[in-house]
Design a binder for this molecule. Sequence first.
Ligand SMILES: C[S@@+](CC[C@H](N)C(=O)[O-])C[C@H]1O[C@@H](n2cnc3c(N)ncnc32)[C@H](O)[C@@H]1O
Length: 188
Amino acid sequence: MKGIDGFFSEYEGRWYARFARGLRGGTFVEVGSWKGRSTSFIGAICNANGTRLVCIDHWLGSNDMLAARYAATLAVEDVQATFRRNMADLGITVEVLAEPSTVAASRFEPASVDRVFLDGSHDGPSVTDDLVVWMDRLKPEGILAGHDYDDKHAELCAAVDAFAAERALVVRRGPRSVYWLEGRRPEA
Ligand SMILES: C[S@@+](CC[C@H](N)C(=O)[O-])C[C@H]1O[C@@H](n2cnc3c(N)ncnc32)[C@H](O)[C@@H]1O
């Protein structure tokens, strides 16, 4: 959506909308929402499809190369309030968990989530933590995807590649920096 400031291209947004559209009912988790730009591409779709949409963000910025930029904005703006206002303006109903991603993950049963999209902190340890906790929350037929898998985010790519190799998963590429992990098989 052009109106919301953030870190998501229109092109990626169209892919993200398709990612959400493929799900009826179920639970969609977005980690890292900032002001709601990425969420704006999927919110109405999740609402129309009866999908529970949960956005997770501690609104404390990140441990990655954008840390200073987040800190500068957070010093002068209540970004969580901006997120909530943006969602309300778009008529999007969303559950918000304003806490660290790994804490939020503990609120979900194992194998209970249908779609996860990771766009939190892009440093290697945070990416690995997110992959480990959220893959465990994903249903066997669920899909985990994420943002910023590109040559500007070498640490993120290395963490995703290492996790995929360890779990015998394949990293698939969407438009620009979107990726998803393929290779899980529904449990018998
Ligand atoms: C790249 S921004 C998200 C951009 C957003 N998806 C958009 O479309 O503009 C990363 C966000 O992740 C949040 N974040 C970073 N580490 C986190 C963590 N461990 N738990 C929860 N949120 C986190 C930050 O507060 C920030 O809002």
